[in-house]
Design a protein around this ligand. Structure first.
Ligand SMILES: Nc1ncnc2c1ncn2[C@@H]1O[C@H](COP(=O)(O)OP(=O)(O)OP(=O)(O)O)[C@@H](O)[C@H]1O
Length: 655
């Protein structure tokens, strides 16, 4: 059906449709309504009438239609306008029958639709010799008139169509409708038009308001067919209103469906939801008029505006450093194992599912996580990393979840934004997830399932939109079996798994890595000449038979140690074997038992596991002292990561 502009201004306009007898009647009556409405009389039938009304709608606008009989029913079915039918009342019928009886003896009464039973009874009760017939279409009307003619009927009282047919066959035709019936229909049409106008004006006002909103709004009828849609929602759906009005919302976009709201009548306010791959806040409300549910409305807050607001609110308390420095291209290595890792990482970047990175310490798990984040659609959003092994339980909880003001003694004023919230719209990297205490695993599971965070001390959760990348050097499945890791959390994390091979499984990458790291360290130390190719060659040569328990971090530390510890006068000359042996004796030791596996990392097994507890304690204290209490330096001295240092300090009750 062609959409027409709503008729909201000027006088009310009524089209009265009728031909011959009815037309004359309509024309007689129309002028008396001139004060209330402009009435156009249209002498057309069926499709012709529909077309005529369509033309009038384009030129002058039409509020309501008056018609009668089969033509009226046809128009009701084919127009999206109110159509008021002229209905003969009992008095009309009697009056016309009396008129007919005064002219001839053989009379017939033909009605549109079924014969009213009371008419039939009236005819029988008073012994009137009136033939009563009904028709509901043009063909039937012709057949009926033919039959009456054959029966010798002289006068036919009927609607306009039959009156014309009767007259064409030489019978007398009297129109069934009286002026009274036409007036009644006209008055009803004017009333309906007035209400429709008010309704239209209200709707127009509402649409003007809706058009100003940045939020998308769509309202549906009880059948979930779209009745109203504002420009923001048109843009969100990506289709103009003309294509949407009348469509079922669920079939336009299933994610916006209001079917459940219509079914249950329950409101859902400000739900964070993915719609067409975008995170948005959606409110669904039933529309209730005078206690009756007449539809439902969906408000979809402009995700960009929300995000901007949200980000500016959250970023006030967010340290500015949450970003990922490295891309997947920084993951150096051309071994087949590493290429496969890069391929997998690219696939992970395309998805928003949780990623689990498994690998020994120092194999580049964080580097990979940063790479996935930077290759994903979230690359412009924060990347927040936290090492779950590096904090005692209570501290880890407040770091991750944040707290509200006054949540506990000593909590800061204004509360604290946790890292989950700080990572909102971006990625959170949970390193050493296997070390997370069970109580926090439960809370993390809730975050993953509900996508909302409950700050410590808070009662209302905060919705978050996060991509989680977790990493571990542990065998999580084994931890699950041992009861140290929640099984349900394990399944939630174990969706996209990327395993980083240890360096000893890809010795072929040593030259590329050593060269890359030498350049990186030299740059950091501010002396490019330190990136001596002879150091690279020597390390590669000696490192081929070495197990590299600390993996790439160990390689990096070792190269830095060589660069820093070489005697100044030796620099500029190729490094000798004895120099290397002095500075990096481990490269020349017999292959140790440190092959990793058994769920214990190579790094953990070496070298401290070879030490007695008191020896380990002494070594830790000595390293800390030599490093002036600087844990990073101390870890480097020991050739272990800061996390491992932390773990061991805790084991020795030194932290
Ligand atoms: N393939 C690689 N190419 C270049 N540098 C790498 C690569 N893998 C790791 N590195 C470097 O090695 C160091 C350790 O990497 P990273 O911190 O990502 O390891 P990790 O597995 O997360 O360690 P941990 O489990 O101890 O936290 C970093 O300086 C990183 O830049």
């Amino acid at each position: 059906m062609t959409p027409y502009p709503p008729n909201t201004s000027g006088r009310l306009r009524i089209v009265a449709v009728g031909f011959h007898g009815l037309r004359t009647l309509l024309e007689d009556v129309a002028p008396s309504y001139a004060g209330a409405a402009e009435v156009a009389v249209l002498d057309r039938i069926y499709d012709d009438a529909v077309q005529g009304i369509a033309d009038l709608r384009q030129t002058m606008g039409v509020d309501a239609v008056v018609a009668a009989g089969s033509n009226g029913s046809f128009l009701r079915d084919h127009l999206d306008l109110p159509v008021v039918l002229v209905k003969p009342d009992g008095f009309d019928v009697m009056q016309e029958l009396a008129r007919a009886a005064s002219r001839s003896r053989r009379i017939a009464l033909v009605t549109y639709g079924a014969v009213p039973p009371q008419l039939q009874r009236f005819n029988e009760r008073f012994g009137l010799q009136i033939e009563i017939r009904a028709y509901d279409g043009e063909a039937q009307a012709e057949a009926c008139v033919d039959e009456l003619a054959a029966m010798g009927i002289e006068t036919v009282v009927a609607p306009g169509l039959v009156v014309d047919l009767a007259r064409a066959r030489g019978m007398e035709g009297l129109l069934l409708y009286s002026q009274g019936a036409v007036r009644e229909a006209m008055a009803a049409a004017i009333d309906i038009a007035r209400v429709a106008r008010q309704e239209g004006a209200r709707r127009e006002k509402l649409n003007t308001i809706l058009a100003q909103l940045k939020d998308g709004v769509v309202a549906v009828d009880p059948d979930e067919r779209i009745e109203t849609v504002n420009p923001a929602m048109e843009a969100f759906i990506g289709r103009p209103a003309e294509q949407l009005i009348g469509q079922r919302l669920s079939s336009v976009n299933g994610e916006l469906s209001l079917a459940q709201t219509l079914r249950t009548g329950v409101s859902e306010v400000e739900q964070v939801q993915q719609v067409s791959g975008r995170t948005t806040v959606v409110t669904r409300l039933p529309i209730v008029e005078q206690g009756r549910q007449t539809g439902a409305v969906l408000v979809c807050q402009d995700p960009l505006v929300i995000q901007r607001l949200d980000r500016s609110l959250r970023s006030r308390s967010r340290p500015p450093s949450h970003h990922a420095k490295y891309g997947l291209a920084n993951l150096v290595g051309e071994s087949e194992a590493l290429r496969a890792v890069r391929r997998r990482a690219h696939s992970c970047a395309q998805s928003t599912a949780t990623v689990l990175v498994v690998g020994e310490s120092g194999t580049g798990k964080e580097l990979l996580a940063q790479g996935i984040h930077n290759a994903s659609a979230r690359h412009a959003q924060p990347f927040v990393a936290i090492n779950c092994a590096a904090f005692p339980e209570s501290l880890l909880e407040s770091e991750l979840f944040g707290y509200v003001e006054g949540a506990f003694t000593g909590s800061s004023r204004g509360g604290k934004v946790g890292l989950f919230e700080a990572a909102h719209t971006g990625t959170i990297f949970l390193d050493e997830i296997g070390e997370m205490p069970l109580s926090l695993q439960t809370r993390l599971l809730r975050v993953l399932q509900e996508r909302e965070v409950l700050r410590i001390g808070a009662t209302v959760p905060t919705p978050v939109d996060l991509r989680v990348i977790a990493a571990t050097h542990r065998d999580l499945a084994r931890q699950v079996r041992e009861g140290a890791f929640r099984q349900d959390l394990y399944y939630r994390l174990n969706i996209l798994v990327v395993r980083l091979p240890p360096l000893r499984e890809r010795h072929g990458d040593l030259p590329l890595l050593a060269r890359h790291l030498a350049e990186k360290i030299a740059l950091r130390l501010g002396e490019r000449s330190l990136a001596d190719e002879s150091i690279v060659q020597a390390v590669v040569q000696a490192g081929r038979h070495y197990a590299w328990p600390g993996n790439i971090r160990e390689l990096e530390n070792l190269i830095e140690r060589i660069m820093v510890f070489r005697e100044p006068e030796a620099r500029g000359r190729p490094i000798t074997q004895s120099e290397l042996r002095d500075i990096a004796p481990e490269l020349f030791m017999q292959p140790s038992s440190a092959k990793g596996g058994n769920g214990v990392t190579a790094e953990e097994a070496w070298p401290a596991n070879a030490l007695q507890p008191d020896e380990e304690r002494r070594a830790l204290l000595a390293a800390l002292e030599a490093a002036g209490g600087n844990r990073e330096q101390a870890a480097k001295r020991l050739g272990i990561s800061r996390t491992t240092l932390w773990r061991r300090l805790r084991r020795q009750s030194l932290a």
